[in-house]
Design a protein around this ligand. Structure first.
Ligand code: CUA
Length: 337
């Protein structure tokens, strides 16, 4: 309803209505108390003004009811703000199970986007309408912040870490993307376009920009180029843990701690392998710091995600437009050595 209002961004995601409702509630609440207090100051200044030099006000000895009222009312109001805000915060931080996953790498001063099927974009992001999209983001250099006002989503993009945002676009169109964290000289030009397409147009865009291989198959190539395969062979006697079916599982470390195998853990294991060695293995893996780019890391991660547990041939659980895992043949035991 406010989309035509100047300075107010369009609302183009499922969460936008809820964010706006809370925002307007806060504005209305603030306006109400501002006007109330300012109005009372004026009214009382006039009503209780000094009329003669010897007029002295009556002494007030407190009022219990008044004290309770101005303690309890603000408490209730702030609890409403807290509960309402927490509800939206949780909705925004918990993506649905089935999302279209896309990787974003920020660098001074551009946004690089990688789709699971291999399509790459710079300062543009093509997505379909009516489908939850999850962006897995990291930075090559300094802090950036990925901000799409029309979707009401915004998150810091941090070097050495993966941050996620998710949203579901509700109408096709082109929306503005901003970097919202000062990141150097060209920060203000680190902008881009979010292009929301009808599902069939999105499919056409994907096939029109088809690359030779999916992200996972690029990762597979890197995996053999970097000779990861000599140790992570996929059999129990290998020098490195079996990677098949590993993603999403819990691994026990030498220290006895456990970790969930997610994007962050895989990244850490490639760059600083000695940090968290899986129980039963030696800390012999060399670091690949400086040898693999951020994009290369994402490819490797996507490759590991695509590896199904051995002897398990079900379709890839990926949620890319076409299951990228299919491009990756399951490793057969004969492939050893
Ligand atoms: Cu990137 Cu500001």
């Amino acid at each position: 309803m406010w989309s035509g209002t100047p300075l107010f961004p369009e609302a183009a995601s499922t969460i936008a209505g809820e964010v706006d409702a809370l925002y307007f509630f806060l504005v209305a609440l603030t306006a109400f108390f501002t006007l109330l207090i300012a109005g009372l100051i004026v009214v009382y200044a006039i009503k209780f003004k000094r009329t003669s030099p010897d007029s002295i006000g009556a002494r007030i000895h407190g009022g219990l009811a008044l004290e309770i009222a101005w303690t309890v009312i603000p408490l209730l109001i702030s609890m409403v703000i807290f509960a309402w805000g927490a509800k939206i915060f949780f909705a925004m931080s918990r993506p649905p199970d089935e999302t279209l996953n896309i990787y974003v790498v920020g660098k001074q001063w551009m946004w690089k986007v990688q789709h699971l099927d291999g399509q790459r974009e710079i300062n543009e992001l093509h997505i379909p309408v009516g489908r939850p999209v999850k962006l897995i983001m990291t930075s090559e250099d300094v802090l950036h912040d990925f901000y799409i006002p029309a979707m009401r989503v915004k998150a810091d993009v941090i070097p050495g870490r993966y941050t996620n945002i998710w949203f579901e676009p509700t109408k096709p169109g082109t929306y503005q993307l901003y970097c919202a964290e000062y990141c150097g000289t060209q920060h203000s030009r680190m902008i881009g376009k979010i292009i929301v397409l009808e599902p069939e147009d999105f499919q056409a865009w994907l096939s029109g920009n088809a690359q030779e291989g999916s992200l996972a198959s690029a990762g597979e190539k890197l995996f053999s180029d970097l000779a990861c395969i000599t140790c992570h062979r996929g059999d129990a006697g290998a020098r490195g843990p079996v990677l098949q079916g590993l993603f999403g599982k819990t691994a026990t470390l030498m220290s006895g701690q456990t970790v969930t195998v997610d994007e962050a853990y895989l990244r850490e294991s490639i760059l600083t392998p000695a940090e968290k060695v899986v129980n039963g293995f030696q800390p012999i893996m060399p670091t690949f710091q400086g040898l693999v780019s951020e994009e290369g890391l994402l490819q490797l991660i996507e490759y590991v995600k695509s590896l199904k547990a051995l002897g398990q041939n079900e379709a890839a659980t990926h949620t890319g437009a076409a299951a990228p895992g299919e491009a990756v043949p399951a490793r057969s035991p004969e492939a050893r050595n």
